[in-house]
Design a protein around this ligand. Structure first.
Ligand SMILES: [Fe+2]
Length: 482
């Protein structure tokens, strides 16, 4: 991700240096300009996330700079902090009227600048990631609200009535809705009711815009679940502040919920890690297998363009994929000789057992199918469900490739791990039959990177339990199936 960029405008090199020093703990890029004119030119020609400006400067003063930035659509969403030694009430008022987001008297710079910059950057990055849906049958109101909100950095989606809003909402989920009441096709009441009755949409804050004489209608809307209201005509700054407040409350709640889930997940993961360790401790040759499969699969996921959070979930799936083997008896799991059909059938239960172990844990809901289907084959000849092609979850298909590679290259008590070249050849040949061709391609792309980086641990991967048996005993398949 690109660093956020701050522009410091001040004619004093000493103040510029002091500001840079103060902001250095923030992971941001800092540019400087020596007067308002240079600052304006820089802000117009590159993305800037925040400006800190002095007032009294040659060429162009800070107040004029503020006004010019506010007047230009390209720059009017940049938050501006004015810092000045002219700090009477009227100076401060002048700064805010010109469009500044904050005013810091120069004597308070060292005490307040860092925190003010940090919170404004945070707020503007939250605003930029937030979509506000404006629903009103008046094109003029839609336009005014759109311009005002865009100026505050929000993304804006518009619709002329409830019906048009509902047709867009699925593909472009808003973080907040502002709606008129009296509209054709679908009025505000029906729109609000549908939103608040839909579990997927109900938590989106809903703001009613209405004329003051419509108080009874507003009450009815609040009864339907609307969160708050604003009387027309309203000041756009008033609306933006209301939205920021609602969104920051909601953001804080989401953050708290995320922290709670993370803590819960950490706890669950550490219990599961103990289970995996217990499982792998049954056979020294399997130690670290799940971690290696997780590592390879997550590299494939990252290369496939999955979001970092999704890659983390994929990694967890890799770590847990064989957890069901805890349900296989030692006599079968550790048997050095040929497996009977009955024994093989009991090993084939491990994906379903694993899914059953994880099923009661709510935070693993997205992983259960992956664990359950990591032994499906792309040609439909795998187990437990005989799923074919893309009916097999994508993560499970990636894990199958990583699992196979790890199994082939690992040492067993009765044989050395296969040379990497031979294992790669087998994986290539299994593309489209046992393994998903897209995932095999991803694996080879990763493999090239590892080889180039010299980090591929050629034969140090450990072997999944039973893969050795199946390599050794199953005549019908060249590849590990356990
Ligand atoms: Fe397995």
């Amino acid at each position: 991700m690109n660093k956020q960029r701050i522009l410091v405008v001040d004619d004093s090199p000493t103040i510029r240096k002091a500001i840079i020093r103060q902001l250095s703990p923030l992971d941001v890029e800092i540019l400087t300009a020596t007067d308002g004119l240079q600052g304006l030119d820089m802000a117009c020609n590159r993305p800037i996330d925040l400006i800190v400006t002095d007032v009294d400067m040659p060429e162009m003063d800070g107040i004029t700079l503020c006004k010019k930035l506010q007047a230009d659509q390209k720059t009017n969403s940049i938050p501006i902090i004015i810092q000045s030694s002219f700090d009477t009430e009227s100076d401060i008022e002048k700064g805010f009227t010109a469009g500044a987001s904050a005013f810091i008297p120069k004597k308070e710079l060292s005490a307040s600048l860092f925190q003010t910059v940090k919170s404004l950057l945070q707020k503007s990055s939250i605003n930029r990631s937030r979509r506000v849906m404006v629903v009103d049958d008046s094109a003029i109101i839609r336009k005014i609200v759109e311009q005002g909100l865009k100026k505050k950095g929000f993304q804006v989606i518009m619709a002329e009535n409830g019906k048009a809003a509902m047709s867009q909402i699925g593909s472009n989920l808003p973080h907040l809705i502002i709606s008129d009441i009296d509209m054709p096709e679908m009025d505000g009441y029906s729109f609000c009711r549908i939103v608040k009755e839909d579990p997927e949409l109900a938590t989106i804050p809903f703001v009613v815009m209405s004329a003051r004489q419509e108080m009874s209608m507003v009450r009815r809307m609040l009864g339907l679940g609307a969160d708050t209201y604003l009387f027309k005509p309203f000041n756009i700054d008033e609306l933006a502040m209301l939205i920021e407040k609602l969104l920051s409350d909601q953001y804080r709640l989401l953050l708290m919920e995320k922290e709670r889930l993370n803590a819960e997940q950490k706890l669950t993961l550490s219990s599961i890690a103990s289970l995996v360790a217990a499982l792998e401790a049954r056979d020294a040759y399997t130690r670290g297998h799940s971690a290696e499969v997780a590592r390879i699969a997550s590299q494939m996921g990252a290369l496939a363009g999955l979001e970092p959070e999704t890659v983390t979930r994929l990694k967890i799936s890799g770590e847990l994929h064989d957890i069901g083997k805890i349900g296989v008896k030692d006599a079968v799991l550790l048997k050095p000789g040929k497996l009977t059909d009955e024994e093989f059938e009991s090993i084939k239960q491990h994906p379903v057992t694993g899914a059953n172990i994880l099923r009661p844990i709510e935070s693993f809901a997205d992983i259960i199918d992956v664990v359950q289907h990591h032994h499906e084959r792309f040609d439909g000849k795998g187990y437990p469900s005989g799923l074919k092609g893309e009916a097999i979850p994508f993560w499970a298909r990636m894990i199958a490739v990583a699992d196979t590679y790890n199994a082939l290259t690992s040492d067993r008590p009765y044989r050395k791990g296969m040379p990497v070249d031979k294992a790669l050849q087998i994986i290539r040949e299994a593309s489209n039959s046992q393994l998903c061709p897209d995932c095999v391609n991803l694996f080879f792309k990763c493999n090239n990177r590892w080889s180039l980086a010299g980090t591929i641990p050629a034969t140090s991967f450990s072997l999944p339990l039973n893969d050795g048996f199946l390599l050794q005993h199953q005549q019908h398949s060249l590849l590990p199936a356990g």
